[in-house]
Design a binder for this molecule. Structure first.
Ligand SMILES: [Zn+2]
Length: 194
């Protein structure tokens, strides 16, 4: 019972609203620490502080990977982990460098080895044709999916018609009968080995 109470107390510190003031750190003290910074390509319609706040709000939300209890985050402008917001052209180029694959100027990518997630600005600002919800909700999928790769997660398939899509399903390419979902599912959280 003492353990359960501790878990509840630790989790109570996580933001329960999907947006708000930027959480500068979050997660259980015993979890693996990820020091995260952001980068925004010049000319895009946001700022480093605004994008940092958006990213940290997703990473620290109580239903994101941090819910596993295995990871924690701290915003650090000198941190080794980076989430970049790049134009479609720059995303294509960087993703080729990171993964050797084309994102067709459309998708985003990430590399665990390079400690880097690259978000395509067209998807960030415009969402996806397959996403039935708001752009704000789609951004949460984008951060959770790409940072999921940074945490060592690989792609997953739709488990069955009308089931919730795993956050690691490539939902920007279609839902395959699954329901859109922006949070890691229980079995995804349990599989995390950061
Ligand atoms: Zn992916």
């Amino acid at each position: 019972m003492a353990v359960a109470a501790f878990v509840l107390a630790a989790m109570a510190a996580l933001p329960t609203a999907e947006a708000g003031a930027m959480p500068s750190s979050c997660g259980r003290a015993s979890a693996k620490l990820y020091r995260v910074r952001v980068q925004v390509q010049k000319g895009l319609k946001t700022t480093v502080p605004a994008f940092a706040s958006d990213v940290m709000n997703v990473l620290c939300y109580e239903k994101s990977w941090v819910a596993s209890g295995k990871v924690r985050y701290r915003y650090d402008p000198k941190g080794p982990y980076v989430v970049k917001l790049l134009s479609p052209g720059a995303t294509e180029e960087r993703c080729q460098q990171l993964t050797g694959l084309s994102v067709h100027h459309y998708y985003s990518c990430a590399s665990r080895a390079h400690k880097e997630a690259v978000l395509n600005s067209d998807r960030w600002f415009g969402g996806s044709a397959y996403w039935p919800g708001t752009v704000a909700a789609y951004r949460r999928l984008l951060v959770n999916h790409e940072f999921g790769h940074v945490l060592g997660q690989h792609h997953r398939s739709c488990p069955g018609s009308r089931k919730l899509a795993p956050v690691m399903q490539q939902q920007s390419k279609g839902l395959n009968g699954c329901k859109a979902n922006r949070w890691p599912l229980g079995y995804e959280l349990r599989s995390l080995s950061p």
